[in-house]
Design a protein around this ligand. Structure first.
Ligand code: GLU
Length: 460
């Protein structure tokens, strides 16, 4: 991935994670805003791995954030690793030193007796004023910062220096990041001025708060590794939608956005200053809305991803049957991980293997239960349903199946007829309605299960 030629006036944004830990869900927001703004403006979106801290940076963490962005579909146009740019930083450092804007300083290390050299920035101590798109004008007296350290050695630049050199070299026009970086900005502006770099536009996104309105700390249980959301079956677009609204609003009533709609709607001006509450229930709601908007094929794909080998190994499992079940299975869930709970509680088993009904009594509607007569009547009802459905040659849809037996059920008492049909298909007292079940199972299996139930009843 090589550097793209910049057009005049073209917007360039970057997201610059440090690979020093698992990428957390909060980090999605800054990457998203940079991505959305660049895409909306026909700009360039850079992903930059800030791995100058050799001790704390790990390849697996870099892999981790790359995986997050692949999952979310936040594709970048250029990719850089700071560890591969040491020569460039060294050049800048040498120049700053030779111009008297930085100097090598010998100091006592924290470890007793050790002497070490660091490179300090010669701070002119000027007042820095910058306009933040979100926060307004920010004024900073930099004298109090002293001559801050910008590198451990010529080969080991520190964060503030590397960031400024890179943003300059890469032609970054807008820096969108979290408010925790506001306090770094004056240092970075001083360095910009020393190397003769222009000043990008800053937009510092609001603080993220937990549900008790406290600043979200790294240890807050809400702050989970981003990939856990993937593994729990949240949809990428739903997560983006939720994160986008955490510190930005479209200025309209619209709450549900696909990624392309976010690109269309996004503007820096609508990023907001007050802290934004990370509300898990809102995430659930947004995810549910996105699930409702999936077409049948996508819905099936997600359900297929969520189920385990255990379900796939069931004797009657087929992708076709799963596809017919997908809408019903997802009616009550807010994320696909809940399908796994349904597996645990056996709510999926009967869809793919014939139920074994041990207590035959449950086939009989409560009004008729407990007498040989009740079992006989129930068997008669099941026989009639099997006859009506068996003779049917048209579409095998829940609606048609209902039409075919509705009149008979009304006449004979709905519970008396529909209850045993449902239980013969599911083996359970609780399950979806019999028409939906029959549709999912298909004609052949439906009739087999009803006939099995009739046989059981005749032995009562
Ligand atoms: N590497 C910094 C971090 O992970 C971000 C730098 C920036 O956005 O300026 O916090």
């Amino acid at each position: 991935m090589s550097k793209i030629a910049r057009q005049k006036g073209q917007i360039v944004t970057r997201f610059a994670p440090s690979p020093t830990g698992m990428f957390h869900v909060g980090g999605i927001r800054s990457s998203l805003y940079n991505y959305l703004f660049a895409r909306k403006q026909g700009g360039i979106y850079i992903l930059r791995c800030e791995d100058t801290d050799r001790r704390r940076s790990k390849k697996e963490y870099e892999e981790n954030f790359l995986e997050v962005f692949r999952w979310l579909g936040l594709d970048h146009d250029e990719y850089y690793r700071q560890s591969e740019r040491t020569e460039l930083y060294r050049g800048y450092l040498e120049r700053l030193i030779s111009e008297g804007k930085a100097y090598v300083s010998e100091e006592t290390a924290e470890k007793e007796g050790d002497r070490e050299e660091v490179i300090r920035f010669k701070n002119p101590g000027t007042d820095i004023i910058f306009d933040d798109v979100v926060l307004g004008e920010i004024k900073f007296n930099t004298a109090e910062l002293g001559d801050f350290v910008i590198a451990r050695s010529l080969e080991e630049p520190l964060y503030n220096l590397a960031v400024v050199i890179d943003d300059h070299e890469m032609g970054v026009t807008h820096i969108i990041r979290g408010q925790e970086h506001v306090s770094n900005t004056p240092r970075q502006i001083l360095i910009q001025e020393a190397i003769g770099a222009g000043r990008p536009i800053y937009a510092h996104a609001s603080i993220i708060l937990n549900e008790s309105r406290a600043k979200l700390s790294k240890r807050d249980p809400l702050v989970r590794p981003a990939l856990e959301y993937r593994d729990d079956g949240y949809l990428p677009d739903a997560v983006l939608n939720f994160m986008a609204l955490l510190g930005w609003n479209p200025g309209t009533e619209q709450e549900i956005f696909a990624k392309n709609e976010l690109i269309e709607a996004f503007s820096l001006e609508r990023m907001q200053k007050p802290g934004a509450v990370f509300n898990s229930e809102k995430l659930e709601w947004i995810n549910k809305e996105h699930i409702k908007r999936l077409d049948p094929e996508m819905l099936t794909k997600e359900v297929r991803k969520a189920i385990s080998e255990r379900t796939i190994a069931l004797p009657q499992y087929s992708d076709a049957r799963l596809e017919r079940a997908a809408a019903t299975l997802t009616e009550r869930i807010t994320h696909f991980g809940e399908i796994r709970n349904m597996e645990e509680t056996g709510e999926l088993t009967y869809l793919f293997s014939a139920p074994s009904i041990e207590n035959t009594d449950i086939l009989v509607w409560k009004d008729l239960r407990g007498s040989p007569e009740g079992a006989k009547v129930t068997a008669t009802h099941l026989t009639e349903v099997a006859r009506l459905w068996g003779a049917h040659v048209g579409a095998w849809s829940a609606e048609d199946l209902k039409q075919l037996i509705w009149e008979y059920a009304e006449r004979s008492g709905r519970g008396n007829v529909l209850w045993p049909v449902r239980v013969s298909l599911s083996g359970k007292e609780r399950s979806p309605d019999p028409f939906t079940l029959a549709y999912i199972l298909g004609k052949h299996e439906t009739l087999l299960r009803i006939n099995d139930a009739i046989t059981l009843l005749s032995h009562l």
